[in-house]
Design a binder for this molecule. Structure first.
Ligand SMILES: [Zn+2]
Ligand SMILES: [Zn+2]
Ligand SMILES: [Zn+2]
Length: 767
C-alpha cells in the first residue's frame, strides 16, 4: 500500500548483482544529490540496500537513472523496490557495511585500465605519473587479490600497504573515482616494481620501466609479473628473440599472443572488424584472434603456419608504459614451461622460469589466484575460447534454480563449475590436468570459489573417463565427504553446456565434434549426433568407428591415424608411398603399424571428428606430426583459407540398429584420386570442409524430421574451426533449423564442467 505525506515517499530498494567494488555506492550517493533525496546506502554480504525519500517525481527520476545510468562495471541482476511512508531523513549518507552469515556477493573480474587512470599516469604533473599500479573503482585488479568476502582491503593482498593521507582522502570521498577502491595506491604508499637478473639479484637503476624497455628492445626475454601471473615478453618483430623464447620454453610451434600499443597499431598488423575492435577495447581486454596481414612486421615465428594472430591491448598501467617506451609489438605469453600453470609468486617464478627469462620485472602486490589471459574470436558472434581474465568469476546465468553442485571438468583445458541458485560459477581456465602443479591450482581455486560464494556442494559431478585426474579427484572427494557422485558422458556435457550458454531448456539435436571423449560403449567418441536434454541423451548417429594405431601415439603423429583409416577402409593397396603424407614414413614403422592393425593391438576404435581432420591433414601432406593440440586440423583449415569452392566428396549414411553411421570410405578414395590428379591442397581442404558440413546438415535434417526437434546445438573443439562453424551455421539455418553455438562458454573442453554440473543437478533433483 502506498502512503504519502503530501507527495513525499520513502523507497526501500535492494539491489543484487555485480554491485560492489564497482563504484556503486558513490553512484547512488551522487544520484541522491542530483534528485534532492535523503536517506542512506550500504553494502551487505549479499546485496546493496538503499533507502531514499523525497518527492515522487524525484524518486521516479532516481529509479530511472538507477536502472539506465549505472557505473560501467556494475551489473544489476535483481532490483526490488517497495514504497513506504517517509521517516524524515535529514541527509544522505553511506553507512558502514553489514556482514551477514551465509550471504555471498558476485565478484568482479580484474578489469583493464580505464581512460581517466591512463591520463593520470601519463600526465607529468599528476602524482601518479608513470606509476604502474594506478587504478580506481572502474578498473584494476579485483578477483586476483581477493582472499575472502566482503571485498574490503583487509581481506585482499593489498592489506600490507597502508594508504598515505592523499590516497586515504580519495578512498573516503564519495564523490571521488577512487572512493572505496580497495587496491588504491600511489608511489608514496603502494606496491613498487623491481628489476632482477636471471639469478634474482636486483638490477640497480632509477627508472625500472625504462631499463626493462631497453632490455626488450635489445632482444632480451623478460618475465613480467602482471595481474594474474607472470607473462614472458620479448620483441615480436625479432626472429632471434622469438626463436630463443620458443627453444627455452620448449614450445616449438604453438601460437604465441602479441600485445600492441593501440588500435591503430593493431590495424598495421591485422584486419579488424568493428566487433573485434569493441572486444579488444572492452574492460575484459582479452586476446582476440585476428586475420593477420602479410605486410605485418611481426615475425611469422610467433604463429607459424597460421593466418590468425592472437592480439591484445595493454590492460595494466605497466603494460601501457612498456608499450609506450619500447614502441614495439611484444610477445606476451604465459610464464610457464610447456603445460605447467602460469607462475604467480616471485620465488616460484625465479625457480620455474629459470633458464627461460633473462630478467624478471617483478612487484610486491601479491597475486592470490592464478589468472591467465582470456582468448576470444569473432566468428559471427563473439566466442570465448579460453575464459579467464576479465570474465571469471562472473557467473553464467542458469535458466532454473540449482542445488549446490561441484563439477570437476575434463582433462584438457580444465575448468570446474559450482552451481548455486540461478548461477553457474565457471572457474577460470585451470589448464591441462597432467601434472602436480595444475592439480594444486585446481584444488586451491575450488577452495577459493567455495569460500567466496559460500557454496557447500551436495553433489559432485565428473567425466565418465576413469583415468582423468579430475575424475579420480572427484571420486576421492565424494567418498571423503560422503556426497553422491554423478559421472557424465563427455559429449552429453558438451551439448548441455551449449544449451545453457544459450539459455535453452528444451531438448535439442546435439552435434558434439571434438578430439576425444570417453564413450558409453568404451570406445573413443568424438563425431556424435545426440538427442539430448538436461537429464539424458540418446546417441542417434556418429562417424564410423576407425582404428587409431598406437592410441595416444596416433594423436601425436597423425600420419599413423591416416594409415589406420586408409588400411581399414581401402586395404593395403591404398597405402601408396606416392601419397604425400606417406612418402616419408619409415618402412619398418609402416610394417609395425599394419601388424598392430591386423592383430588389433593397442588400436582403439574412434568416431572422433578431430581425428578425421588429423587423418586428412596428414594424408594430403600438410601435417604428419604435431607440436600442440589440434595443430594438424588447424593447419588443414588454414590451407583452405580464402578458397571459395562448391562441391565435396561422397559419403554414405547407413542406418544400423536405429543409429545413423556416416561411412567414410568414399571420402578417402575421393581425396586420393584428387591427390593423384594433382588437385591443389587448398581445394582439397575446402572440399573436405564442404563434405563435413554436408554430413552435419544431412544428419541434422534427418534427425529433425524423425524427432520433431528443430534446434541444433553445436559443441566440441572442432567448432573452433571458423570455416566449418560458419558453413554449418549458414546451411542449417537455410534448412530451417535453429542453430545454437557457444559464446560465453568455451566450445572446447573448457566448457565441459558447466554441462556436467547442470546434468548432475537435474539427475539428482529433489522429488
Ligand atoms: Zn581507473
Ligand atoms: Zn598513496
Ligand atoms: Zn571434448
Amino acid at each position: 500500500m502506498t502512503q504519502a505525506i503530501g507527495n513525499r515517499q520513502l523507497l526501500k530498494i535492494s539491489v543484487r548483482g555485480v554491485v560492489q567494488g564497482v563504484g556503486f555506492r558513490p553512484f547512488i550517493y551522487q544520484l541522491a544529490q542530483k534528485h534532492k533525496l535523503k536517506g542512506w546506502v550500504l553494502n551487505t554480504s549479499g546485496s546493496v540496500l538503499i533507502e531514499v525519500e523525497g518527492e515522487k517525481a524525484d524518486l521516479d527520476g532516481f529509479l530511472s537513472d538507477l536502472k539506465e545510468n549505472q557505473p560501467p562495471q556494475a551489473r544489476i541482476n535483481e532490483l526490488s523496490v517497495s514504497r513506504q511512508p517517509p521517516v524524515g531523513y535529514h541527509r544522505f549518507e553511506i553507512r558502514p557495511s553489514l556482514a551477514q552469515a551465509g550471504e555471498y556477493q558476485l565478484i568482479s573480474p580484474d578489469l583493464a585500465t580505464c581512460d581517466p587512470c591512463r591520463q593520470d599516469f601519463l600526465d607529468p604533473d599528476n602524482r601518479r605519473y608513470r606509476y604502474p599500479f594506478t587504478n580506481c573503482t572502474n578498473c584494476g585488479p579485483r578477483f586476483t587479490i581477493i582472499e575472502d568476502i566482503p571485498y574490503d582491503r583487509p581481506l585482499t593482498t593489498m592489506r600490507r600497504f597502508r594508504m598515505c593521507p592523499a590516497c586515504q582522502a580519495e578512498y573516503d570521498d564519495p564523490l571521488n573515482r577512487r572512493f572505496h577502491a580497495q587496491p588504491n595506491a600511489c608511489p608514496t604508499c603502494g606496491p613498487s616494481l623491481e628489476l632482477a637478473d636471471a639469478q634474482g639479484n636486483t638490477v640497480p637503476g632509477r627508472d625500472v620501466i625504462a631499463t626493462s624497455s631497453q632490455l626488450l628492445k635489445g632482444g632480451k626475454i623478460l618475465a613480467i609479473r602482471g595481474l594474474g601471473g607472470y607473462l614472458l615478453a620479448c620483441d615480436a618483430t625479432s626472429k632471434a628473440a622469438v626463436s630463443a623464447l620458443r627453444q627455452r620454453k620448449k614450445r616449438p610451434a604453438k601460437p604465441l599472443a602479441v600485445m600492441v600499443a593501440d588500435l591503430d597499431e593493431v590495424r598495421e598488423h591485422c584486419l579488424v572488424s568493428n566487433e573485434e575492435e569493441e572486444l579488444l577495447t572492452s574492460p575484459a581486454s582479452p586476446i582476440v584472434l585476428l586475420k593477420w596481414q602479410s605486410s605485418s612486421s611481426i615475425t611469422t615465428l610467433v604463429a607459424p603456419g597460421l593466418k590468425y594472430l592472437g592480439v591484445m591491448l595493454p590492460y595494466t598501467p605497466l603494460h601501457h608504459l612498456l608499450m609506450k617506451d619500447t614502441k614495439l609489438p611484444l610477445v606476451m605469453t604465459s610464464g610457464n614451461l610447456s603445460e605447467e600453470p602460469i607462475a604467480k609468486d616471485n620465488n616460484e617464478a625465479l625457480t620455474r622460469l629459470r633458464g627461460i627469462a633473462d630478467y624478471f620485472l617483478r612487484h610486491n602486490r601479491d597475486i592470490y589466484s592464478r589468472y591467465d589471459d582470456s582468448v576470444t574470436m569473432v566468428a559471427g558472434k563473439t566466442t570465448i575460447i579460453r575464459r579467464a581474465r576479465g570474465y571469471a568469476p562472473y557467473p553464467i546465468h542458469l535458466p532454473f534454480n540449482a542445488r549446490p553442485v561441484l563439477a570437476c571438468g575434463a582433462e584438457e583445458k580444465n575448468t570446474f563449475c559450482l552451481l548455486k541458485e540461478g548461477h553457474a560459477f565457471l572457474s577460470q581456465h585451470i589448464g591441462d590436468m597432467e601434472n602436480e602443479e595444475t592439480l594444486e591450482h585446481f584444488e586451491a581455486t575450488i577452495t577459493l570459489y567455495q569460500k567466496m560464494f559460500r557454496i557447500g556442494p551436495e553433489i559432485i559431478a565428473c567425466d565418465k573417463h576413469p583415468d582423468y585426474l579430475a575424475t579420480r579427484w572427484a571420486q576421492v572427494k565424494s567418498e571423503e565427504e560422503r556426497l553422491p557422485l554423478v559421472s557424465v558422458q563427455h559429449h552429453h556435457a558438451h551439448i548441455v553446456s551449449c544449451m545453457v550458454d544459450n539459455g535453452v531448456k528444451e531438448p535439442v539435436i546435439g552435434v558434439a565434434f571434438d578430439g576425444t571423449g570417453y564413450g558409453s560403449d568404451g570406445h573413443i567418441w568424438g563425431g556424435e549426433f545426440l538427442v539430448a536434454d538436461y537429464k539424458g541423451f540418446q546417441r542417434r548417429g556418429h562417424l564410423e568407428y576407425l582404428p587409431l594405431p598406437g592410441g595416444a601415439a596416433a594423436i601425436k603423429k597423425p600420419y599413423r591415424t591416416a594409415i589406420g583409416y586408409l588400411y581399414h577402409l581401402l586395404g593395403e593397396e591404398a597405402l601408396s608411398r606416392k601419397l604425400p603424407g606417406l612418402g616419408r614414413v619409415d618402412e619398418v614403422e609402416l610394417e609395425l603399424i599394419k601388424q598392430q592393425l591386423d592383430k588389433k593391438i593397442n588400436s582403439p576404435l574412434t568416431s572422433s571428428c578431430g581425428r578425421l581432420f588429423d587423418a586428412v591433414s596428414a594424408l594430403i601432406g600438410i601435417r604428419g606430426q604435431i607440436d600442440y593440440d589440434a595443430q594438424a586440423a588447424i593447419e588443414l583449415e588454414m590451407a583452405a583459407d580464402d578458397i571459395l569452392i562448391e562441391g565435396g566428396y561422397p559419403f554414405t549414411i547407413e542406418l544400423k540398429d536405429g543409429i545413423r553411421i556416416i561411412r567414410l570410405k568414399e571420402l578417402f578414395s575421393g581425396i586420393i584420386s584428387e591427390l593423384s590428379s594433382g588437385v591443389a591442397l587448398a581445394k582439397i581442404s575446402a572440399k573436405f570442409h564442404n563434405t563435413v558440413t554436408r554430413m552435419i546438415v544431412q544428419m541434422c535434417c534427418q534427425l529433425a524430421e524423425q524427432s520433431g526437434i528443430n534446434t541444433v546445438a553445436l559443441s566440441g573443439g572442432v567448432f573452433q574451426n571458423r570455416r566449418l562453424l560458419q558453413q554449418v551455421t549458414t546451411t542449417l539455418t537455410a534448412a530451417g533449423l535453429k542453430v545454437l553455438a557457444h559464446h560465453q562458454v568455451p566450445t572446447n573442453d573448457g566448457g565441459i564442467s558447466l554441462g556436467q554440473a547442470v546434468i548432475a543437478n537435474n539427475i539428482m533433483k529433489r522429488g
